[in-house]
Each structure stands twice: as C-alpha cells, then as structure tokens.
Ligand binder design. Structure first.
Ligand code: CA
Length: 230
C-alpha cells in the first residue's frame, strides 16, 4: 500500500473541497487535480492508494482516465458520476473501476466507501480468504469449508491447515510446522504434529471422500495437494 494518499480528480471546486475536508479528517492525505489529462502521469509518479475519479472532467474524461490507469496499475478507483445509467459500464470489466458514488452524495458516505474499498483491496494477506482445491479458509472468522460444508477444527488444526494452504504443494517439515503453529497446544514433539494432521485429515476426508488433500512425504513432512490447472 502506498501511504495514505488519495487522489481526487474533480473539476467542481466546491465538491473537491468538501471531499478533501472529510478525507483529511478521516486521516488521509489528499491531492487534487481538476483536469483529467494530468491524472495518468500523476498516478505513475506518486502512486496514490486510491483515486476518486469524476466522470465528467475537462481534458480527458473519467472513463478514458480509468482505462489509461488500468493499463499499468490496479490502484483502486471509485468513480463519481451523476449518470446512474453509466454504473454498469463503470464497474464492468471494460473499465475496471472498483466502486462508484452517485452525485449528489453525502461526504460521509464517500469516506465509508473509501474505507471499504481500501479494506477490500489492501486486506493483509493474513486476513484474506484462502481457497485451494475444494477447501476454503476464512481467517477473519476462523472458519473453514471443505466441499461446501463447514469443518469443525480445533485452533491447532485450523492453523496447520492455514499454514499448509498458504503454499499448496509445498512440503512442510514437521519441525517447520511445530515452529509455525507453536503457541497453541504444542509441546514441540513431532508426533504431536502427526496426530493433529491425522485428525485434520479425518475431518477433511469426511467432507471430501476419496480425496487425499494432505499428503505425507515420508521422512520429510506434509503438503497440501492442489492439482495444477492447465
Ligand atoms: Ca465534473
């Protein structure tokens, strides 16, 4: 994430000032451009963490700006538009904006949208939903699904699964797993890992019969299996 600078591209000075006020109060740094044509070079140079982009801008309109920025950057873009009928296009793959706000808007809502988009885009990897094969992990709620059904895991099993899933097909040694998962109920014995893996496997197998989700690599450790797609 590139600092906390938000770029506002908006040609109506009053709107830009209100946005700036609210965003600064919410703790962001705000820069402002009142034309569309300098946005691309500004973004290349300064790498803001988010762009609030008005659709109707002199110089280069918001759609063109968005298209140009997407050629080199995935920076989150929230489009500001007075034209409700444009929304589908704005959010569509063609343009790749992250969200939109309709004019007239409440500045509070803008701040809430900004925060939500930033959370979504820059969520720390530790909080991101993990999906590997038919298993999904939701770190925020400590839930795991296998074959669409919830797995009831102990904290230790959960952490083992999370570790193995973080690098599918990579072999983790027992020692590595002990170190990573320590702090729960490990005493540091390799056999403890084996029995936790055994229990975890049993639970996975009951949801995904016939699948070997976690493999034992004899003399080495364990790995989470994922078939590589062509
Ligand atoms: Ca405008």
């Amino acid at each position: 994430m590139h600092g906390r600078e938000i770029l506002v591209a908006e040609d109506e000075i009053k709107i830009a000032e209100i946005l700036k006020d609210y965003l600064v109060r919410a703790g962001y740094r705000v820069s402002w451009l009142e034309r569309g044509d300098p946005v691309v070079s500004y973004v290349k140079k300064n790498q803001p963490c988010l762009i609030l982009l008005d659709l109707m801008l002199p110089g280069l309109d918001g759609m063109e700006v968005c298209r140009e920025v997407r050629k080199f950057s995935q920076v989150p873009i929230i489009m500001i538009t007075a034209r409700v009928e444009e929304i589908d296009r704005l959010l569509g793959l063609e343009l790749g904006a992250d969200d939109y706000i309709c004019k007239p808007f409440s500045p509070r809502e803008v701040v809430a949208r900004v925060k939500a988009v930033l959370r979504r885009v820059y969520a720390s990897p530790a909080d991101k939903t993990m999906v590997a094969g038919e298993v999904s992990l939701y770190p925020k709620t400590h839930q795991a699904l296998a074959g669409g059904r919830e797995l009831k895991l102990t904290p230790c099993e959960y952490n083992l699964l999370k570790t193995l899933m973080s690098h599918p097909n990579r072999i983790f040694s027992r020692n590595e797993l002990i170190n990573i998962v320590q702090g729960y109920d490990f005493e540091g014995y390799e056999r403890t890992i084996d029995s936790h893996i055994k229990n975890l496997r049993k639970k996975l197998t009951s949801h995904l019969p016939g699948q070997e989700v976690i493999s034992t690599i004899y003399g080495v450790g364990y790995k989470f299996n994922v078939q590589l797609q062509e």
